[in-house]
Design a protein around this ligand. Structure first.
Ligand code: 5GP
Ligand code: MN
Length: 347
């Protein structure tokens, strides 16, 4: 296991936790498995140490994560602003997990940033923004949950995790690595998993609960997206998928049903980047952009330079402020402009 904090950092974090009665744990908008799993593992562990813990996220998270231990108690800012603002204000300690920038909390950011409670960031995204008192940022790690595994180890807690706590961490690492198919070459990732298995998790059952609980609507949407909507730009080694709100309605799409679609074009031989454009369900004139790339092709640079976003080397996101037709044309042009770079994957 890796040593993330030196003795100084460890005792600083330890005393921040010791001095807190009420802890507020929060994460990013459109929470994914790592956001929810990391936050919930913190909730359970801190609750066992006698803390009163609230977990809050800006908006709803997918159905396939609702079974996770403690998920039902997560506060959703979009549904319950008052409770979230009260919890952030009253907290003695705020932990932001899987989040490097307050902007990624959208409207919820205000109450977190304005709270006078000391703040700790635990994260693995590049370029953390300076808004916390203690920043634990490990961009080489596969998930925030991996950072937590090493931290728990440093605190001597890894061997004492409950099955629920270990399950939350496993879900998080599994989700951020596509079930260990990308961003998971470091051997220590499997040491973490080994430790979680020792705590009694059932990884096969977890896989099914997260990845194989599709609705008919989701399966049919996938077929439609691949048969009708897939656009390949062979010369650019790239592919585009797009989804409008009218199509969401037509297929009865729920939150989470589009999860993983962006990865599918990467199954094509010679395709090194996939872009998924989807009309924002809440804001008209906004198109959300998801990008995935292979090997040394960096989609974070494309996300940053062209799509008002950023993210990881091989998994990034952003948004465009225009119609879907305009977004599609802009994306094609962007990919053509960068075709030389898109060719050069080392895999
Ligand atoms: P997704 O495609 O799943 O929405 O996002 C993929 C990854 O890109 C996530 O890990 C997320 O953290 C990151 N990401 C998405 N949108 C943004 C953005 O606007 N800015 C930055 N910096 N990262 C983003
Ligand atoms: Mn993550």
């Amino acid at each position: 296991m890796e040593r993330i904090l030196d003795n100084d950092g460890l005792s600083r974090l330890g005393s921040m936790i010791d001095n807190a009665g009420k802890v507020f744990v929060c994460s990013h908008v459109s929470p994914d498995g790592d956001a929810i799993g990391s936050a919930l593992s913190l909730k359970h562990i801190l609750a066992r140490r006698g803390k009163s813990v609230s977990v809050a996220v800006p908006n709803i998270f997918p159905d396939f994560l609702q079974w996770m231990p403690g998920a039902r108690d997560i506060l959703i800012y979009a549904k319950n602003r008052d409770d979230v603002e009260k919890a952030a204000k009253e907290a003695d300690l705020i932990i932001v997990a899987d989040l490097n920038d307050p902007a990624r909390m959208t409207e919820m950011a205000g109450c977190v940033v304005e709270s006078t409670a000391p703040k700790v960031m635990i994260d693995h995204h590049l370029n953390p923004v300076d808004f916390c008192d203690l920043v634990i940022s490990q961009p080489s790690m596969c998930a925030t949950a991996e950072v937590l595994c090493h931290l728990y180890h440093q605190f001597g807690l890894l061997g004492q995790l409950t099955v629920d706590e270990a399950t939350c961490l496993y879900v998080a690492m599994m989700c951020d690595t596509g079930a260990f198919t990308y961003n998971s070459n470091r051997p220590v990732v499997y040491e973490c998993i080994s430790r979680l298995l020792e705590r009694g998790i059932d990884k096969d059952a977890i896989y099914r609960k997260v990845f194989w609980t599709w609705s008919v609507a989701r399966l049919r949407l996938t077929g439609y997206m691949l048969y009708v909507k897939l656009e390949t730009l062979r010369d650019c080694h790239a592919a585009i998928l797009s989804l409008t709100n009218a199509e969401r309605k037509r297929f009865g799409i729920k939150n989470g049903d589009t999860e993983g679609l962006v990865n599918m074009p990467l199954q094509l031989s010679g395709v090194n980047m996939s872009v998924f454009l989807s009309e924002d369900t809440e804001h008209e004139g906004v198109v959300k952009v998801s990008l995935r790339s292979v090997g040394s092709v960096r989609c974070d640079r494309i996300a940053n330079e062209y799509f008002n976003g950023g993210g990881h080397m091989n998994a990034s996101g952003g948004r465009l402020y225009c119609s879907m037709d305009e977004a599609l044309e802009f994306t094609r042009q962007t990919l053509r402009k960068n075709s030389a770079m898109l060719k050069m994957s080392n895999t």
